[in-house]
Design a protein around this ligand. Sequence first.
Ligand SMILES: [Cu+2]
Length: 114
Amino acid sequence: MFGYKRWLTAGLLLTILTSAFVAVAGETHVVVAKGFRFEPEEITIKVGDTVRWENQEKRQFHSVLFPEPGDSAADYFFPGETREKTFNQVGTFPYVCEPHYESHKMKGVVTVVE
Ligand SMILES: [Cu+2]
């Protein structure tokens, strides 16, 4: 007779638990690429957070290159485009804009804490 109430309660609990899980899944932090700089150049985030690089130039491409296998030096992103990376380990992770490191010292660092 009250079966549906249990079902609704279960659904409500599931919704709450799912919301909690999403909340701990991590935040997204924006770093802007503009004027041959990353802004902010240094960012501190928590484990599980994501950094999203947004190219806000008028007509200049950039890249986000971490010194690790799998990152392509030629992965340029253009005005209006973004790149994202999720960090699941504590540490300090420097990166460069590969085509503009020599000429403009275009670089940044992501610090990941517990
Ligand atoms: Cu660049």
